[in-house]
Design a protein around this ligand. Structure first.
Ligand code: SF4
Length: 289
């Protein structure tokens, strides 16, 4: 897809830790960055006004979120739900449970989620890491500064940026935006960023863009939710203990925006075909698309 030629330069510009006084001389690039920020903010508000709160992540505990982030890799959420139900029924959906359950039994329980041998080992590894560094306490883990904890999570086998950021945001309420394939697809199709944009660049850009709309989103609240005539509410889940946890406005806007983007990707912006006519983001398409 086409995108403004200045957007690659704008992306480099806004994600580079240049001194502020240097930034101030670059009026053209600042305007380009501001334009991208405004686009992302408009998408967020439009989607939230259409679909309302998405109630992510559907879980009762922080560990359930963490287990879900591992299990959802390379599989559909319906399969994850079956694996989680097995873990719950066996009473091992907890740090203590994963620590105590045998590897073979764990593999059997999570089999519906696919790659079950690999995922069972990785869940065990996470608990070992927690025991070694945080005395088995999720409270101590999430009390760490975001940057330090992100580095630690990324060093664990089987945790890439999307999984690390999902754990930080949805289990730990840390202010980190989760970038997924849907995010990349939408911004590419709308010509906002080039294909060469890295995960970290996109994450940083969304975080910068969304922070100013955090309070507006909080003000909109449930009463603003209209819903589409089709009944689609994006990728919303029923409210859960984790989705209704009290969190900062900044964390809440990152939480909602990721869920809203998944709603667009699942319902309209499919890999094989974009169903733009019914999509809430249709009005934001560049004129020549
Ligand atoms: S389906 Fe929606 S998000 Fe995807 S390109 Fe069309 S209007 Fe944009």
């Amino acid at each position: 897809m086409h995108f403004g030629k200045c957007n690659r330069a704008a992306l480099d510009y806004c994600c580079r830790p240049w001194p502020r006084r240097t930034l101030q001389k670059e009026g053209f690039l600042i305007r380009a960055v501001n334009k991208i920020h405004q686009q992302i903010q408009s998408y967020c508000l439009a989607l939230f006004r259409t679909w309302g709160p998405q109630h992510w992540w559907p879980a009762q505990t922080r560990f359930e979120v963490i287990a879900g982030t591992y299990l959802t890799q390379n599989t559909a959420w319906t399969n994850v739900e079956k694996a989680l139900a097995n873990l719950r029924a066996a009473r091992v959906l907890s740090v203590k449970g994963i620590r105590q359950v045998g590897l073979a039994e764990l593999e059997r329980l999570i089999r519906p989620a696919g790659y079950f041998r690999q995922k069972a080992k990785r869940l065990k590894l996470f608990v070992e890491f927690l025991d070694q560094h945080y005395e088995g306490s999720l409270r101590k883990l999430f009390a760490c500064p975001t940057h330090h904890l992100r580095e630690q999570l990324l060093s664990l086998h089987g945790i890439g940026p999307e999984t690390a950021d999902s754990i930080l945001l949805y289990a730990g309420n840390h202010p980190v935006f989760v970038v997924d394939a849907y995010t990349r697809r939408i911004i590419e199709r709308h010509g906002i960023l080039p294909e060469s944009a890295s995960y970290e660049e996109i994450r940083e850009l969304f975080e910068q863009a969304l922070t100013p709309v955090a309070e507006s989103l909080a003000d909109l609240g449930e009463s603003e939710m209209r819903g589409l005539a089709s009944g689609i509410r994006g990728a919303a889940h029923p409210p859960s203990a984790m989705s209704t946890t009290k969190r900062s406005a900044q964390v809440q806007v990152y939480n909602e925006m990721h869920g809203l983007i998944v709603g667009v990707g699942k319902n309209y912006c499919r890999k094989s075909q974009a169903h733009c006519d019914d999509c809430p983001l249709q009005k934001f398409l560049p004129p020549s698309t």
